[in-house]
Ligand binder design. Structure first.
Ligand code: C5P
Length: 323
C-alpha cells in the first residue's frame, strides 16, 4: 500500500468571452450569462496532512493573498470537510501550499482556481470519493467561479456563474495575449460601479455619453459567439467578445483604454477586459502573431507584463502523485 503524503493539483485561470450582467438580485449578486474559457496559465496547489488547517502562498502577488480563514482555498477545505462525513469521522487538518502564477485581483479568477484545486487535492488526500457532480455542488457554495475552475474547457455559466453547461468543444486552440496591469480591481467594487453607471444612464442627461452601458433586462447568451466557437473561426470569435463589466472597470481604471487600444493597433482580432479586470485580453490569429503582439505590447509601456496563453484547457487536475 502506498501512503500518500501530499497531493498536487494544477488549475487554470479563466477568461470570460462573454459576460452579460443582469440587475442586482435580492442577495446582492447579479444574475449573469457568461462564456467561461480556461487558459494555460496555472496555479499549483499542494495539500499535505497537518495538525491544523493552514496555508502558505508563494509566487506572483503572494503578499496580497490572505493566509487566514479568509483564504478561499481554506474555505473550500472547510466546505469539503463538511460535505464529506459525519462530525465524528471528519478528516483532520491539512496544510495547503499555493504556488501562484495567476495574478491576484486581476479578473482571472485566481482565488477561485485555488479553491477548486484545494477541493480536488483534499478529495484525493482524504480518499473522499466525491465525483465531479458533488464536487461542483460544493464548489458553487464556495464562490461564483469555483465550479468552472473544476470543469475547465469552455462552458456557459448562468445564475451567479455557478450553473454550468459545457460547450461543445471543437479541436481549435485559440491564442491569447494577456496584459497584466500595474494595479488591482476589487470584483464587488466593479459590480457596484456598473450599477451606478446604469442608474446614471437610465436617469437621462446624467448618462449622456454613456451609450456603451447596456441597461439590463435578463442577460442572453450571444448566439454569434457560440457559433464562432463551434466553427473555430478566430476572426468571428474576436468580433463577438463582450463584457458588460468593461465600462465599469474602465471608469475605475481609465489607463486600461490605452492598453486595449495598443493591442488592437497591433492586430488583435478582439480585445476586452478580463472579467472584472484589470487584466486586458487580446485574441491573436496564430501563435506567431501572439508572440509578435506580446513582444510589442511589453515594449509599449501600457502594462506591467504580458503572457501568452492558449485555450481551452482542462480544469483542476491532480499532477502528483500521478494517478
Ligand atoms: O462569488 P464571489 O465571492 O466570487 O463574488 C465576489 C463578489 O462579486 C460578490 O460578493 C459580489 O459583490 C460580486 N458578484 C456579483 N454577481 C456575480 C458574481 C459576483 O455581484 N454573479
Amino acid at each position: 500500500m502506498t501512503i500518500v503524503t501530499g497531493v498536487t493539483v494544477r488549475v487554470p485561470a479563466k477568461l470570460n468571452l462573454q459576460l452579460a450582467v443582469g440587475p442586482p438580485r435580492a442577495d446582492g449578486y447579479h444574475g449573469l450569462v457568461t462564456v467561461f474559457h480556461a487558459v494555460s496559465l496555472f496555479d499549483e496547489i499542494t495539500a499535505e496532512p497537518a495538525g491544523r488547517d493552514g496555508v502558505t502562498v508563494t509566487g506572483e502577488g503572494a503578499d496580497r493573498v490572505p493566509a487566514d480563514g479568509d483564504n478561499l482555498a481554506l474555505r473550500a477545505v472547510a466546505a469539503l470537510r463538511a460535505a464529506l462525513a459525519a462530525p465524528a469521522v471528519r478528516p483532520a487538518g491539512v496544510h495547503i501550499t499555493i504556488a501562484k502564477r495567476i495574478p491576484v485581483a486581476a479578473g482571472l479568477a485566481g482565488g477561485s482556481a485555488d479553491a477548486a484545486a484545494a477541493l480536488v487535492a483534499c478529495n484525493e488526500l482524504w480518499d473522499g470519493g466525491l465525483g465531479q457532480p458533488r464536487l461542483l455542488e460544493v464548489a458553487a457554495r464556495v464562490g461564483s467561479d469555483v465550479a468552472f475552475a473544476l470543469l475547465g474547457g469552455t462552458a456557459v455559466g448562468r445564475g451567479r456563474g455557478e450553473r454550468l453547461t459545457p460547450a461543445l468543444a471543437p479541436a481549435t486552440q485559440h491564442h491569447w495575449v494577456l496584459a497584466f496591469a500595474d494595479g488591482h480591481l476589487s470584483t464587488p467594487e466593479v459590480y457596484a460601479a456598473l450599477d451606478r453607471l446604469r442608474a446614471a444612464s437610465a436617469g437621462g442627461p446624467a448618462g449622456a455619453g454613456s451609450q456603451a452601458i447596456r441597461v439590463p433586462g435578463e442577460p442572453d447568451l450571444d448566439a454569434a459567439l457560440m457559433s464562432a466557437l463551434r466553427s473555430g473561426d478566430a476572426r468571428q470569435v474576436g468580433r463577438t467578445l463582450s463584457n458588460d463589466l468593461q465600462p465599469a472597470a474602465l471608469s475605475l481604471f481609465p489607463a486600461l483604454r490605452k492598453t486595449l487600444a495598443a493591442g488592437l493597433e497591433l492586430g488583435a482580432l478582439g480585445a476586452l477586459v478580463a472579467g472584472s479586470g484589470p487584466t486586458c485580453v487580446f485574441l491573436a490569429a496564430s501563435a506567431d502573431r501572439a508572440l509578435e503582439m506580446a513582444v510589442s505590447l511589453s515594449g509599449a509601456g501600457v502594462c506591467r507584463s504580458v503572457a501568452r496563453v492558449t485555450g481551452p484547457v482542462p480544469g483542476a487536475a491532480v499532477v502528483s502523485p500521478a494517478r
